[in-house]
Write a protein that binds this ligand. Structure first.
Ligand code: NAP
Length: 301
């Protein structure tokens, strides 16, 4: 029986590991991906994590991992398929049939990319439709791509793709962008990036692979030729395991404030999975620390 079982090895989970180690607790981190570091690997450059201006997302994730490893973190590879409350804590079932028991759980499973839900999206997934510019951008060298969305991810993706693609369109449903001002300025200053505002995607079209996208701009239906569509319209919290276990809001986020305490006894939520205003690496890392303090308090009581 562990004191704390940390689910997820993104910034929230790895920060929780550092704090759990420093608190002298028995703990482990369960991760689905070998040597995982969470969604941060999908960000080319991070300019707003204190002390690491301009660092690559992959490198920052590696540093988090090295830190947790240096403090003796045990990693368990596996996908959590079920969580259940026992008399003494929590039982965590893994997809390989094994299970582990712990007095408390820190739930830090992050989020997954949201889909557009339009025709052609599923059909051309992996054949021109992508949710990860860093993973798939190289396939579009010298080609035209469209990025859908107006947030930090969309603009970061567009900037990344602009280095190799010939032309990058940013199709956004409103006239105002949600992304931070410095990303907007960089994108505006990049010659081969063109904004397509007030435009709602209708259908992704193609044959063997994507050839274009149909959208409406201010009510008028239009077609754009493009070789690739990068969907960057936000993410959905990975909280399906908690249905009926902890209170979630209407968008599926675990209801918890910065002390990370959830409605379920001994279950703490850290990072992008919980209700919060600012979803950033730095706030996820802060949650990891707070969740361990709350878990320790719970164990001591
Ligand atoms: P986001 O901020 O939620 O932005 C999603 C964008 O997609 C919005 O512009 C939204 O339009 C648009 N959108 C949503 N659903 C759509 C649909 N069905 N059709 C067309 N457009 C749709 O998501 P994100 O950009 O992935 O960022 C998530 C969080 O991670 C944010 O807190 C962000 O700051 C953070 N992040 C930080 C960094 C960094 O610091 N380097 C990098 C990436 C992400 P509306 O604007 O009209 O709602």
């Amino acid at each position: 029986m562990y004191d704390v079982m940390i689910l997820g090895s993104g910034p929230a989970g790895l920060s929780a590991a550092v704090y759990a180690s420093r608190a002298g607790l028995s703990f482990a981190v369960i991760e689905k991906d070998y040597m995982g570091t969470g969604q941060i690997v999908y960000t080319e450059q991070v300019d707003n994590y204190l002390g690491y201006f301009g660092i690559g997302g992959f490198s920052l994730g590696e540093k988090f991992r090295e830190h947790a490893e240096a403090l003796g973190t045990e990693f368990i590879e596996g996908e959590v398929t079920e969580l259940s409350r026992t008399d003494s804590g929590w039982k965590i079932l893994l997809s390989d049939g094994n299970n582990v028991e712990s007095k408390t759980v820190i739930y830090a499973l992050g989020a997954s990319p949201k889909k557009l839900g339009i025709s052609g999206e599923e059909e051309f997934s992996g054949r021109g439709v992508s949710y990860c510019a860093i993973c798939d951008g190289a396939f579009f060298e010298g080609k035209t791509v469209a990025v859908i969305g107006g947030g930090d991810t969309a603009l970061g993706d567009a900037l990344y793709l602009s280095k190799t693609a010939e032309k990058v369109y940013i199709i956004h449903r409103r006239n105002e962008l949600r992304a931070n001002a410095s990303l907007v300025k960089k994108a505006e200053e990049t010659e081969n990036i063109q904004f397509v505002p007030e435009s709602v995607p209708l259908e992704i079209i193609g044959a063997e692979s994507v050839t274009g996208i149909k959208y409406t701009q201010k009510g008028t239906e239009k077609n754009m030729n493009t070789d690739g569509v990068f969907v960057a319209v936000g993410s959905l919290p990975n909280t399906s395991l908690l249905s009926g276990i902890a209170d979630l809001d209407n968008r599926g986020y675990i209801i918890a404030d910065e002390n990370c305490i959830t409605s379920a006894d001994g279950l703490f939520a850290a990072g992008d999975v919980r209700t919060k205003v600012v979803r950033q690496v730095i706030t996820a890392a802060a949650d990891g620390a707070n969740a361990v303090v709350s878990a320790l308090d719970y164990i001591n009581k």
